[in-house]
Design a protein around this ligand. Structure first.
Ligand code: GLU
Length: 278
């Protein structure tokens, strides 16, 4: 049985790109499968309850139905803490006390900056802290993030791959990202950790999401291996572009489902416009 999900962040109104993603995921579950909705609301500063309600209304209007209660990431910190404990026990996590400016200064000092898919790599300063330095920072209550020691992590798991519906077998190369943050300073989790843990706990076996998240799957596959979690199949679909060729963004209100509804567009017309078969 196919179990898929749509996992928006309630930081704005859904647009046509979200409709494409949600309807594609929904379509995969229509022969006796299960479609779930999940709210990725760990970013307390940007998420709004009004957007949560708008997500429910807009998806319902599009004809989607899902079981309740809806999983909200902001309520699942115990699950993420448990995953972090496992990674700590394996010796692949370390606290990082660096501020942005300290990281910039360290990169400048090192001269050459290695870049990964998400930008410049973390220069590694806190990986080398002595236990005494670490203790001192903790004692001063200096805020810290938790980073994955990528070299250690990759060494533990060996060669990994996943199956992508459009690209077939993809070999995971998470090392290109360097020491990613798995728990942020301001919230004790991250997109990468929460999504991987949730997809496992919700028994998702088909992850349908945009091509813009393809690179993130390299990290998710590694976390699955480290945490002993299931690996779903993936479908990273094409992105809908606006008339100027840019990816649709929540900030562009004109293509929000909400405004299309208000203009009198029907759900059927939305389906035609996004052309699911392509
Ligand atoms: N929450 C993410 C977003 O709104 C999607 C995450 C995912 O599908 O893995 O872009």
């Amino acid at each position: 049985m196919v179990i898929s999900r749509f996992a928006p962040s309630p930081t704005g109104f859904l647009h046509l790109g979200h409709a494409y993603s949600a309807l594609t995921a929904y379509a995969t579950t229509q022969e006796g499968g299960r479609f779930l909705l999940r709210l990725e609301d760990i970013d307390g500063g940007r998420c709004r309850e009004s957007f949560v309600q708008a997500i429910f209304e807009d998806l319902h209007w599009l004809g989607l139905r899902w079981p309740k209660p809806v999983r909200r990431q902001s309520e699942q910190m115990t699950d993420y803490a448990h995953a972090l404990d496992i990674l700590t026990d394996k010796g692949v996590l370390y606290p990082c006390f660096c501020t942005r400016s300290e990281m910039a200064a360290e990169r400048a000092r090192l001269g050459q900056v290695q870049r990964g898919p998400d930008g410049p790599l973390y220069p590694g300063s806190c990986r080398q802290l002595t236990p005494r330095q670490k203790e001192a920072f903790l004692h001063q209550q200096k805020p810290f993030a938790l980073r994955l020691d990528m070299e250690q992590a990759v060494a533990r798991v060996g060669r990994l791959s996943w199956f992508d519906r459009l690209q077939g077998e993809v070999v995971a190369t998470p090392e290109r990202f360097g020491d990613v943050v798995l728990a942020r300073k301001e919230t004790p989790t991250s997109y990468h950790l929460s999504v991987t843990v949730d997809d496992h706990l919700q028994e998702i076996n088909q992850v349908v999401r945009g091509q813009d998240l393809f690179q993130a799957t390299h990290i998710h596959r590694l976390l699955q291996a480290l945490l002993g979690l299931n690996t779903p199949q993936y479908h990273h679909h094409r992105l809908l572009l606006d008339t100027s060729g840019q990816k649709l963004a929540k900030s562009n209100r004109s293509l929000s489902i909400r405004s299309l509804r208000q203009q009198g567009v029907t759900p059927e017309e939305v389906r035609q416009q996004i052309n699911l078969s392509r």
